[in-house]
Write a protein that binds this ligand. Structure first.
Ligand code: BTN
Length: 246
């Protein structure tokens, strides 16, 4: 991972470039990094603000596995980001499915995009956005309460190159566990770093359904297991989660 790194001043979205490489015969492990993005994408089709000062990157990988395994790669990436941020002394935690929080505010997000043919992944693009040296002026008013930057949390300017280098090492480590099919290692680290497991949560699902209960586990499809107030269990594949009391 990261043997070939392409740096850009400005792109629409680093994920787009990585996908373009995915369609070519480029080997896995290529990393695309941009100073700014003009049309970056977040999850659920939301735009993602990417001014200068943040770390915006995408990794192209070619795992030889069925499409259902893509969520494990996203979970592994969340673990890698979280561990990276902890090296600078902040208490980063993962919120299901793949937001990274510090003091309950979002500091990083992951957007995984995959292409499959038949029952095999052609390629996976993992896009990572970290609000490294952003300031609150970089965010629109409606987000200010729920987001933060590494710089604000650590009270100092953060070396962006160093963050990316540590992240790529962590990513490689966890991608290797993935390739060795050591899925429990990834899931256990995820559980350990997650704020969600063991917390009371409310989830707004895509079709307007709301689920409340305790998050008691995660499985290798990336689904969250909720114990509802009536004691029954439910597996959640998608939705917007809030930790109760936040
Ligand atoms: C989220 O909604 O939390 C996911 C945000 C992912 C943003 C990153 S920045 C690098 C890459 N390029 C994109 O267009 N999106 C991802």
């Amino acid at each position: 991972i990261g043997k070939n790194i392409y740096f850009y001043d400005e792109v629409k979205s680093t994920n787009n470039i990585a996908k373009f490489f995915g369609e070519s015969d480029e080997e896995e492990g290529v990393v695309i990094i941009a100073d700014t993005q003009t049309k970056a994408r977040g999850r659920s089709g939301k735009p993602w603000k990417s001014p200068k000062g943040g770390s915006w990157l995408s990794i192209l990988i070619r795992p030889n596995v069925p499409p259902t395994h893509a969520s494990l790669i996203t979970l592994a990436t969340g673990v890698a980001v979280c561990k990276t941020l902890r090296t600078i002394g902040v208490n980063a935690q993962i919120k299901w499915p793949n937001d990274i929080l510090i003091n309950d505010k979002k500091v990083s997000g992951i957007l995984t995009e995959a292409k499959a043919s038949f029952n095999n992944l052609d390629y996976v693009v993992v896009g990572i956005g970290i609000d490294t040296n952003l300031t609150m002026n970089d965010f629109p008013d409606e987000l200010k309460e729920n987001v933060t930057s590494l710089k604000d949390e650590a009270n100092r300017e953060i070396k962006e190159k160093k963050i990316i280098r540590i992240f790529l090492e962590e990513f490689e480590k966890f991608y290797n566990y993935f390739k060795e099919e050591d899925y429990e290692k990834i899931l256990n680290e995820w559980r350990h770093l997650s704020k969600t497991i063991g917390s009371e949560v409310i989830i707004h699902q895509p079709l307007g359904k709301v689920i409340e209960g305790y998050a008691i586990g995660i499985n290798k499809e990336g689904s969250l297991i909720i114990e509802k107030n009536d004691g029954s269990l439910e597996k959640i594949f998608a939705g917007e989660l809030r930790h109760k009391g936040n």
